[in-house]
Design a protein around this ligand. Structure first.
Ligand SMILES: Cc1cc2nc3c(=O)[nH]c(=O)nc-3n(C[C@H](O)[C@H](O)[C@H](O)COP(=O)(O)O)c2cc1C
Length: 216
């Protein structure tokens, strides 16, 4: 079996499509962030209420579908806002839960543990369940596959902001607000993936910009 790392999963969340089985055996798909926990386990945090969570609890299994199509991921994640995409469900060799066609890789999961917890964030207090699963199979369709990592997007946006700050500075413009925006992008990158390479680069980038513009 290929490894979760080969599927591009790490200890910071990667955004994938989770397929599960509804009570009538029809398939369900949702966008979720998932982290690798060691070599064989993955963890996700599902906010209540969630069809995926009920399905995982009842069936004890699900499939992670790794896509490189960001529009598809967003449309699956925002079905109540955008027209739903057409999804092709295909049988999985290892589980009853089907996988999605056209994906770059798959992880076939059996649920190990579901633990309810309260989550505090900008929305206040929410109830969520941390779902720990064991990967009973991993399939890499495209070598080099990896899920979308929000931390990478924040670093990329931070880099673009930093380069614009340097130009603005050269032109003698005020950069305080742009540096504030840069700080927010960097903080979000650090929050999402604190021990990642992106976080290290983002931290270094912010310090370098602050030094250059003479704010510190
Ligand atoms: C990119 C993306 C990532 C998401 N990640 C999560 C997640 O990690 N946990 C979660 O509960 N909902 C997440 N959502 C929202 C769900 O996909 C979904 O819209 C909602 O939670 C309902 O889930 P359900 O279909 O299981 O009922 C995400 C949405 C998007 C667009």
């Amino acid at each position: 079996m290929a490894s979760l790392r080969e599927l591009g999963l790490r200890d910071s969340p990667g955004e994938v499509i989770l397929s599960t089985l509804n009570p009538d055996s029809s398939p369900h798909a949702a966008a979720v962030g998932v982290r690798a926990r060691g070599e064989e386990e993955v963890e996700m945090l599902l906010f209540h209420p969630s069809v995926s969570l009920s399905n995982l609890r009842r069936e004890g299994e699900g499939v992670l579908n790794v896509t490189d199509d960001v529009s598809l991921l967003v449309r699956v994640g925002l079905r109540n806002l955008l027209p739903p995409p057409r999804l092709e469900f295909l049988p999985s060799a290892l589980l009853r839960t089907p996988r999605l066609g056209g994906m770059r890789g798959y992880a076939y999961l059996r649920v190990r543990e579901v633990e309810e917890r309260e989550v505090e964030d900008e929305l206040g207090t929410s109830t969520a369940s941390r779902v720990l699963c064991r990967a009973v199979g991993v399939e890499v369709v495209s070598p080099g596959v990896k899920p979308f990592l929000r931390s990478e997007f924040f670093l990329l946006e931070a880099a673009v902001k930093a380069s614009r700050i340097l130009v603005a500075r050269e032109r003698g413009m005020k950069v305080r607000r742009m540096v504030e925006e840069l700080r927010r992008l960097v903080e979000e990158c650090l929050r999402l993936a604190p021990s990642s390479g992106e976080a290290e680069t983002a931290r270094e980038l912010l310090e370098a910009v602050e030094r250059r513009v003479g704010m510190w």
